[in-house]
Design a protein around this ligand. Structure first.
Ligand SMILES: [Fe+2]
Ligand SMILES: [Fe+2]
Length: 212
């Protein structure tokens, strides 16, 4: 291996602030040197950190898409998501379904080919199995609405789940909230309407998802 430089220009050491000033740091050592008492501190502070931070982190991530250009659709992914959530809201869906609609494509730009799995991983612990199942497969259900591009998309791909208890919800979500939500004339609610809903969803006690 070649010798590296002794010093990298701009490199600096950093200590980050605690989420709550009254909290304790654990020593800045490799994890293998942390003691039981250190792990007890972390396990005490960790759930509070997530309860108070996760929703904001998700909302910041969502907001990074606000001004993104598109590769051809008339509206960007941020607007698509707002349209989906607004449609769910106008249909008087319950709050969980509205947040699911808002965030179903949050990974569309960063993990394009597996963005359904991305959303299912993000939201799965906080939503019903019905919604986790739908999120994971929503790309395939969406393909049902692609009529003239069968080389890339299989409109009948969803048929493998025909008869499943959540099949109808997968089909309904794609039909009502996803495939049409690319309309530049559609008047979406502002994100502010959905922010408290996102906060309430992520303040639920997360459930453990069985590995598949
Ligand atoms: Fe999607
Ligand atoms: Fe979508």
């Amino acid at each position: 291996m070649a010798d590296g430089p002794d010093r990298i220009p701009g490199a600096r050491a950093v200590t980050s602030p605690l989420h709550r000033p009254e909290w304790e740091y654990v020593p800045g050592v490799p994890m293998e040197d942390l003691r039981r008492t250190d792990w007890e501190i972390l396990e005490r502070q960790r759930p509070v950190f997530y309860a108070e931070n996760q929703a904001d982190a998700v909302l910041r991530m969502f907001d990074t898409m606000r001004e993104e250009p598109t590769f051809g659709y008339r509206v960007n992914n941020y607007q698509h998501c707002l349209q989906a959530a607004t449609r769910a809201y106008l249909d008087r869906r319950d709050e969980e379904d509205i947040v699911v609609a808002l965030l179903h494509d949050i990974g569309f730009v960063v993990v394009p080919s597996r963005h359904g799995a991305f959303a299912a991983e993000l939201l799965g612990p906080y939503v019903s199995e019905r919604n986790r199942w739908m999120l994971q497969r929503h790309q395939v259900f969406g393909d049902h609405h692609v009529k003239e591009f069968p080389r890339l998309f299989d409109p009948e791909g969803r048929e493998r789940w025909r008869g499943h208890e959540f099949f109808d919800w997968g089909a309904e979500f794609a039909e009502k909230y996803d495939q049409g939500a690319i309309d530049p004339r559609f008047e979406s609610a502002p994100l502010d309407l959905f922010v408290p809903m996102v906060r309430r969803l992520f303040s639920r006690r997360p459930r453990t998802i069985p590995t598949e």
